[in-house]
Ligand binder design. Structure first.
Ligand SMILES: [Zn+2]
Length: 337
């Protein structure tokens, strides 16, 4: 074994046609299992020479639309109905998903800051390394399903990133429109280094992201957006031969195309206290409008600090937790394109 080969092994041969449920085996020696390993479920469904779509959920362990929609897809998608390959990882940060935590309880690592990973790193880092070395090279496109987690809540959106490569960005945008979420967002990340998104894009492949809700739970609506969205992407990449389901087909308004002109779209707390949202998701805002205020439970005589927006637009994301610290995310404003 060379020093670049992953220490992670897999029971699935991704070069073979058919439907294969298996796992990655990540070495994890510990007090209660000296020669132990983490077995992380992975599914390959392959037939013919069409494109390869990689679908991941559970990158953050407290976001559930991805694992639910992808487990359903893994059971329901027949090899006879596809041309190409679908690689499904319902729980990318598997230990975090089992614990219901955003980051792994084994090493405290946020999977979406662990890429491209290390062959001799912690469990999370070894998972990232295997995905980077062995899965992403097979992919034409990657969808990573997020949904806010316990601390955030979003107006359901699918997103692509503003990229220097105009051709790649246009391909990602068309895939996002095919996914058909209520909002389609051109996103600027606060902290892009180490993300799966960035790793995929730097390999010149199409990356589609989403944030489908949050609060550490799901709704019938957000799960449906994920389920329809993944099949729509299979249609978009011509892996399945069925027409995509538009929002209009489902009796919903057309997608709202939005963007984030700069990082001023994020409202971040400078205070620690109790956050009171003053407007609800999807509310329009003008420059200077208040989105919320932080109260000080130790000093009830103090007036709360009011947080105002620097950009006009629409509130598409907010903190879900009320008890905030300095540096915490409070709100995300996006503008219609
Ligand atoms: Zn997430």
């Amino acid at each position: 074994m060379t020093q670049t080969e992953p220490k992670v092994s897999t029971t699935v041969d991704f070069s073979v046609d058919g439907k294969h449920h298996g796992h990655l085996s990540i070495p994890h020696s510990r007090n209660d299992s000296g020669w132990g390993a983490v077995h992380l479920p992975i599914v390959s469904i392959r037939s013919g020479d069409g494109p390869t779509l990689v679908l991941t959920g559970g990158n953050h362990g407290d976001e559930y639309e991805g694992p639910i929609a992808l487990m359903k897809l893994a059971r329901s998608l027949d090899v006879e109905e596809i041309d190409g390959q679908v690689i499904i990882i319902p729980a990318l940060n598997y230990p975090a998903v089992l614990a219901g935590h955003r980051v792994s309880p084994l090493d405290g690592v946020n999977m979406n800051r662990a890429f491209p990973g290390r062959r001799d790193g912690t469990v999370s880092s070894m998972i990232a390394h295997f995905v980077y070395q062995k899965i992403l090279p097979l992919a034409d496109a990657v969808l990573d399903i997020h949904s806010g987690g316990k601390t955030m809540m979003f107006s359901p959106f699918a997103c692509y990133h503003r990229l220097p490569d105009a051709d790649l960005m246009e391909k990602a945008k068309q895939a996002v429109l095919a996914f058909a979420a209520p909002v389609s967002l051109e996103l600027v990340e606060l902290d892009a280094e180490g993300m799966l998104d960035t790793a995929v894009e730097e390999l010149g492949k199409v990356f589609i992201g989403c944030e489908l809700g949050g609060g550490g739970t799901t709704t019938t609506g957000t799960v449906s957006i994920a389920e329809v969205g993944v099949r729509n992407l299979l249609s978009h990449f011509k892996i399945i031969n069925e027409p995509p389901q538009s929002l209009e087909d489902r009796g919903l308004p057309p997608t709202r195309m939005m963007h984030m002109p700069d990082s001023g779209c994020y409202v971040i707390s400078d205070d620690a206290g109790i956050y009171e949202s003053l407007i609800d998701l999807n509310s329009p805002v003008e420059v200077g409008d208040a989105v919320g205020q932080v109260h000080f439970p130790r000093n009830p005589e103090l007036l709360p600090v009011v947080y105002r927006v620097e950009r006009p637009g629409i509130l598409v994301g907010r903190t879900h937790k009320a008890l905030v610290e300095s540096g915490d995310f409070l709100a995300l404003i996006a503008a219609e394109m």
